[in-house]
Design a protein around this ligand. Structure first.
Ligand code: DC
Length: 225
């Protein structure tokens, strides 16, 4: 199975690049952040404390039989309060363990939204190349300066009709980045064999060209897109 692991902080462009790679190679795609977001969302809905390890683990285990693309179709998982709670649940080792199985299963048996099997998988997240799929043939780490990422997220939220203050978006992003990087369980960190792409001064087509050239150099022939 061919696996492309794409890691990096939020609003660096990894989701867009992952989707473009999945489309190019006709692979299944898993945005692993939706798993942590869905755990957080389900807990908030039931008025559970997202930092309660037992309840969070139970909620994470409940995702094991879901079609993972369905999780992405719930727009509420993108709300700010869910983002904050997702950052909390993602620091709980039991949650990471429960979701590790879900992610590994997808990487080993990837599928498309209609359930049909795919020949490869693109997974994006924070710890895919280092912990979830250490044997992935292609590992990318997509990053950008914090202020630039905050500006992108701010514009995205404005365009969706949310009334937001730039400084708050920046402060939230700094807080979450710090938690992602410093947590004890699988902190965000590029794998040694990952290509690091800083997208601060690049447009998306330039980033994609670099990512694709790297992927093509790593994916073993005779596979062809
Ligand atoms: O990429 P995102 O913003 O949708 O991720 C939501 C949260 O989940 C974020 O706090 C980071 C965390 N996460 C993680 O810890 N590991 C992953 N593989 C993916 C996301």
């Amino acid at each position: 199975m061919i696996v492309i692991a794409v890691d990096g902080p939020s609003a660096a462009g990894k989701g867009t690049i992952s989707l473009m790679l999945a489309k190019h190679f006709n692979f299944g795609y898993l945005d692993t952040g939706t798993l942590y977001r869905s755990v957080a969302y389900l807990m908030l809905e039931k008025k559970l404390d997202p930092s309660n390890p037992e309840k969070a683990e139970k909620t994470a285990l409940s995702l094991q039989k879901t079609n993972l693309y369905d999780l992405n179709s719930n727009p509420n998982i993108r709300l700010e309060n869910v983002s904050k709670a997702a950052s909390l649940v993602s620091a709980i080792p039991q949650v990471r363990k429960a979701l590790l199985n879900v992610q590994k299963n997808f990487a080993q048996n990837p599928y498309f939204p209609n359930g049909k099997a795919a020949k490869g998988a693109v997974l994006d997240g924070r710890d895919i190349g280092k912990y979830v799929c250490p044997d992935a043939q292609v590992k990318l780490f997509i990053t950008a300066e914090t202020k630039i990422r905050a500006e992108r997220r701010y514009k995205e939220l404005l365009s969706k009709g949310f009334s937001v203050i730039y400084n708050n978006v920046l402060a939230d992003m700094e807080e979450r980045d710090l938690r992602d990087k410093s947590r004890a369980a699988n902190p965000m960190c590029p794998a040694e064999d990952a290509l690091i792409i800083d997208t601060s001064d690049m447009d998306i087509s330039t980033v994609f060209a670099k990512a694709l050239a790297f992927a093509e150099s790593r994916i073993e022939l005779p596979f062809k897109a």
